[in-house]
Design a protein around this ligand. Sequence first.
Ligand SMILES: *Cc1c(COP(=O)(O)O)cnc(C)c1O
Length: 393
Amino acid sequence: MLPDRKGKFGIFGGRFAPETLIGPLEELEREYKKISKKREFREKLNYLLKEYAGRPTPLYFAESFSKQIGFKVYLKREDLAFTGAHKINNTLGQVLLAKMMGKTRIIAETGAGQHGVATATACALLNMECVVYMGEIDLERQKLNVYRMNLLGAKVVPVKSGSKTLKDAINEAMRDWIANFKTTHYVIGSVVGPHPYPMIVRNFQSVIGKETKKQILKKEKKLPDYLIACVGGGSNSIGLFYPFFKYKEVKFIGVEAGGIGLNTDKHAATLSKGEKGILHGSFSYVLQDRYGQIKVTHSVSAGLDYPGVGPEHSFYKEIGRAEYFAVDDKTALEGFHILSELEGIIPALEPSHAIGWLLKNKRRFKKEDIVIVCLSGRGDKDVVEVAKIEGKL
Ligand SMILES: *Cc1c(COP(=O)(O)O)cnc(C)c1O
């Protein structure tokens, strides 16, 4: 079972954190291992996932899209989870964990605001103080999500350092945690960061893959041939993939943000174009310049716009368990439109990358293949942005 005792997935992962964070990280690991086994915790979390977040989410056979593309495609409908994406699976788990650890205060970082809103939601529900760090540029771009977080009772702190975006917000949240860890838990939003975060977030998101397995066995009486998901930090994809890890006949495909193109500097395709390095406490693939400085990334979808990726994905890439590709903004927009038109489902721009990749690569598949795509979120949040890009507003 990975990660190993040092938090490694093969050579990746680990805990590259300042001395002052080692104590809190060790406490978190110890407490997670203890509390996550407790019946009280599991029952409460299952209850919240079901009654509050609306799980299990459907595994929907996309008939028209399948007909168009030439093989069977099922959509795992994380867009139907409460707050409109998979992120709630993780925030409910971590905030409940923190509460049972005796913490009273939650901090988080957010880029576009999706993880901030999901964290603020869990904090409102479970009555925890909530502070969210957000880069000043992101804050300006995502005013509505800032207001949402405020409505939910969270305090949003603007970050003015560095590029004033997500990676700087993460740095600032880590600083807060070092100063306040006695009362405070830091909720990381994806399978990134130092050990034990990639493991904890993966385990909370694995509900996606566990449900999918049951559902597909019921519908098709067999396992799928392919699992496909978009990869930002990598949590919805690993959540889908991980419960299928031991079934070698089930192939995994991760789709990254190719931005304007992989031969430009404007993309976020970390596994396709990055190199091994350390970012936010973990050894993984990283988009960096030749001096090891972190690059500024670009994607039409804010959720994929991150220069790092979870260490478990780097490991899957290294051992050939998964394949990773990138598609550009334009292809993602095609995916966005086709699903809207054929299925009446407006997808978020992030999973639109996975749909777009399928469209472009349909020749790789056979007629009898069963493909499952993680529809990680709904597109309501992106409609204004797409209309602007297309000159319709
Ligand atoms: C945040 C987000 C992502 C990217 O994060 P992962 O950790 O890679 O899953 C993907 N889809 C949606 C809808 C998101 O909100």
